[in-house]
Design a protein around this ligand. Structure first.
Ligand SMILES: [Zn+2]
Length: 206
């Protein structure tokens, strides 16, 4: 090997190492989450969150609870019965100068009434406050399935329902395949994460 060819070989090796370093340094957006709960057990919350973080991992989005907050005096999350009660939760959401939530807010309730079909109940909902639709949040019933929070966060990050069986955003899930997001849904999550961050959503850096 000549001197110049050994220099070239060394440089190529350095570049290869450099490229593998870049590939392994994916930036994960860690979204700050506030859980509003009067009586929820932390293990239950953590299990829901672990499901969400694992399903959002291919989009390089993760969630971290930075606060669990009880209801202010005189109010309760025991039963959310109508649209007005859902809207009222918006007053607990802190917004940025752009008028968007600075954190993802999750409200846990013992009873979430289906406002389109009362007194039936729902497992969860992504709700936009009717008089200020930029203010949005997730409400989850304590009777929810393990992936309900992940599904509602899927809506929060821009995804409508899907007709693909076993997709996380589908109602047609038989449990034979683990739920998943497809490539278009993951791209939508990433673009919403960027947009929300620009509008003041808090992220955690390590
Ligand atoms: Zn849904």
């Amino acid at each position: 090997m000549t001197r110049s060819s050994s220099v070239i070989a060394l440089l190529s090796l350095a570049c290869a190492l450099c490229a593998s370093r870049v590939e392994s340094q994916t930036t994960v957006t860690r979204v700050a989450l506030v859980v509003h709960a009067d009586s929820a057990d932390r293990t239950w919350i953590d299990a829901q969150l672990a499901q969400a973080s694992s399903l959002f991992a291919p989009a390089d989005v993760a969630f971290e609870i930075i606060e669990v907050r009880a209801s202010p005096a005189g109010s309760s999350l025991a039963s959310i019965e109508d649209r007005a009660a859902r809207d009222a939760l918006g007053s607990r959401v802190v917004t940025s100068r752009a008028g968007e939530p600075t954190r993802v807010n999750v409200f846990l309730t013992e009873r979430l009434v289906d406002v389109d079909d009362p007194p039936n109940e729902r497992m969860g909902v992504h709700w936009r406050r009717r008089r200020s639709r930029n203010v949005h949040y997730v409400i989850v019933s304590l009777r929810a399935w393990p992936t309900t929070l992940a599904h509602e966060l899927g809506h929060y990050f821009g995804n409508p329902h899907s007709s693909t069986p076993n997709n996380l955003m589908s109602y047609d899930r038989d449990g034979t395949t683990p739920p998943f997001f497809d490539a278009a849904q993951l791209a939508r999550i990433q673009s919403h994460a960027r947009r929300y961050t620009r509008a003041g959503l808090e992220t955690i850096t390590r």
